[in-house]
Design a binder for this molecule. Structure first.
Ligand code: PGA
Length: 250
């Protein structure tokens, strides 16, 4: 593993002015506190604010990411955004298969793997999100669900390219109830051995789901946690910075 990765997923929040201001606050503090040498920080604003945030972080040690992209390279797909467009505005990372996309927008594993292919074609780094629902966990199906969500990717000829896997239990996202240290440790141990067995030793494993400045240090200390994907707490600069700090200190 190299440096821990901290991704801020702003979801459908911020206007352009708010996005610029938030990026500015995060950037200046990351540099001032010398956190850039010990972490990789990625900001994922809404599509329409990518350029505004890109201007703020240009030449600074923070990377730009998108929250989604479409599965075809171009064409008649009204309302969609291609991976090439994301590269052209300066993105280096793209979140793919977030549980909100899977649930609200009915994205399935076949669609998600086509999106990964587009992202790889543009030499961007996909951040693939996987995770079980509460019902699946209660039915003891967690490992089956995670293996199924990884099946197409772990058999793909491009799996040796750069990508990141984010374990985000659906029941922990936006609920204020993060998985316990034990649950995270078990899931990450399972996923690490699954990925290693499929030639993906190089793939960092992030945890996501109600990460806060309070639980960040204990999550950072868990084996096989290579970073975090943060939603709500990434919208307040000081909270996000404390999470970055926890990863830097781990
Ligand atoms: P949360 O979101 O930190 O607000 O739970 C995480 C995510 O959706 O990636």
């Amino acid at each position: 593993m190299t440096t821990p990765i901290v991704v801020g997923n702003w979801k459908m929040n911020t206007t352009a002015d708010q996005a610029r201001q938030l990026a500015e606050q995060i950037c200046s503090q990351v540099t001032e506190r010398a956190l850039d040498t010990r972490t990789t920080v990625v900001l994922c604003p809404p599509f329409v604010n990518l350029s505004a945030v890109g201007e703020v972080i240009e030449d600074r040690p923070i990377a730009l990411g998108a929250q989604n992209c479409w599965s075809e390279p171009y064409g008649a797909f009204t309302g969609e955004i291609s991976a090439a467009m994301l590269r052209a505005v300066g993105c280096r990372y793209v979140i793919v298969g977030h549980s909100e996309r899977r649930t609200i927008f009915r994205e399935d594993d076949q669609l998600i793997v086509r999106k990964l292919e587009r992202v790889w074609e543009e030499k961007l780094v996909p951040i693939l999100c996987i995770g079980e629902t509460l019902a699946e966990r209660q039915l003891h199906q967690t490992w089956d669900v995670l293996s199924r969500q990884l099946a197409l990717v772990s058999a793909h000829s491009s799996r040796t390219r750069a990508w990141i896997c984010a374990y985000e239990p659906v029941w922990a996202i936006g609920t204020g109830i993060a998985a316990t240290a034990e649950e995270i440790e078990q899931a990450h141990a399972y996923l690490r051995s699954f990925l290693d067995a499929h030639g993906c030793h190089h793939v960092p494993l992030l945890y996501g789901g109600s990460v806060t400045e309070e639980n960040a240090a204990s999550i950072a200390a868990i084996a096989h946690v290579d970073g975090v994907l943060v939603g709500g707490a990434s919208l307040v600069a000081e909270r996000f910075l404390r999470i970055i700090q926890a990863q830097a200190n781990a």
